[in-house]
Design a protein around this ligand. Structure first.
Ligand code: NAP
Length: 329
């Protein structure tokens, strides 16, 4: 599997990264710490070298224990810190009702970076994202703070999650942005218009929720019950009767394509974007070893430009009910 470059940072990673969120956030009760750490370490053994976490990825177990995702990742990479690229994020807190509180003020960025370094048990963060645009803070101010953190050696490079083109260009002019992390999947293609900007400015596009929160694996049905509390999928529109009905043609297309390629539907949905652009890196998340292996293997599947164009042409004729992010408060 050929490594791809992470923007102009000089860092190289495998074409499939690991979304670590589900071990403690949004996917049911948090995974027990020792199990999570062991699984994350096994992910490294499988080949994952790019771990995506965030300050905001926390969850509470039924016994009241708080799970901090960054602590799990930090523990898992002990002894192999220099062999992996860790991305984490600041600027977002969750309200009780799951809406977001945004704060990217320089003071908060500074406080957050110290907290993340401590939880990760490291003295540098490879890639530090602004988790969401804070309308109260200009991009230049965020970029200047990130430039200071780079100079101080606390972070190696920075990125923006769910950015717009205008915000990205303004921020990049002050301190070069290495990666953006925006939603992207066969069901969520509204950010494709930013691809030429990534190409022009040499910025990686890290694709989050690349399998539409697992939906594109085809492993779920309208009667699937998501276990535990705190599982956001229970309320996602794609997992409703109507959502399944709208996605029927897509799931049929994926079933057929997967058969032709001797792959799984999930693998095909990842290989489609990996083969589309050399700067795209999907970060599927799973807490199960077999699925981690399956997802990682998608980096070995070839989908030709003609096949991608044919898939896109079909996708253009479809519309979906799909989870599109949180409301900001
Ligand atoms: N920047 C942002 O704002 C933002 C927002 C959302 C997510 N993210 C990042 O993106 C990562 C991935 O996003 P995501 O978890 O929302 O969506 P995803 O990767 O599209 O889907 C993950 C879900 O699919 C299931 N799954 C994974 N592989 C599977 C397989 N082979 N077969 C069947 N089911 C499978 C997982 O369940 P199991 O764990 O049970 O396998 C998990 O619930 C997160 O971990 C996080 O790091 C970032």
């Amino acid at each position: 599997m050929e490594k791809r470059k992470l923007g102009a940072s000089g860092l190289y990673i495998n074409p499939v990264g690991l979304g670590c969120m589900g071990f403690s956030h949004a996917s049911g009760d948090p995974t027990e710490k020792s199990v999570a750490v062991k699984t994350l370490r096994e992910a490294y053994e499988i080949g994952y070298d790019f771990f995506d976490t965030a300050e905001a990825y926390t969850g509470v177990s039924p016994d009241g224990t708080v799970s901090y995702n960054e602590e799990l990742v930090g523990e898992a990479v002990k002894g192999i810190r220099d062999k992996v690229v860790i991305a984490t994020k600041m600027g977002v807190r969750h309200n009780e009702d799951r809406s977001l509180r945004l704060d990217s003020s320089p003071e908060t960025i500074r406080k957050s970076v110290e907290g993340s370094l401590k939880k990760l048990g490291t003295d540098y963060i490879d890639l530090y994202y602004q988790h969401r645009i804070d309308p109260k803070v200009e991009p230049e101010v965020v970029a200047e703070t990130m430039a200071e953190l780079i100079k101080e050696g606390k972070i190696r490079c920075w990125g923006i999650s769910e950015t717009t083109e205008e915000y990205l260009r303004r921020a990049h002019a002050v301190c070069p942005v290495t990666a953006i992390e925006n939603r992207y999947s066969m069901m969520a293609r509204w950010h494709e218009s930013i691809f030429p900007v990534c190409e022009e400015l040499d910025i990686a596009y890290v694709a989050f929720s690349p399998m539409a929160n697992g939906f594109l694996t085809g492993k779920y049905t309208p009667s699937t019950k998501f276990e535990g509390s705190q599982d956001y999928r229970a309320n996602m529109p794609q997992y409703t009767e109507e959502g399944y009905a709208k996605a029927k043609d897509l799931l049929d297309m994926l079933t057929k394509l997967a058969e032709e390629k001797n792959a799984t539907m999930g693998q095909l949905s990842l290989a489609w974007m990996i083969n589309k652009k050399p700067f795209i890196v999907p970060i599927p998340g799973s807490r199960k070893i077999e699925r981690l292996k399956e997802n990682f293997e998608s980096g070995n599947i070839v989908v030709t430009k003609d096949e991608i164009a044919a898939i896109d042409a079909k996708l253009d004729t479809m519309s979906f009910e799909v989870f599109g992010g949180h409301r900001a408060k």
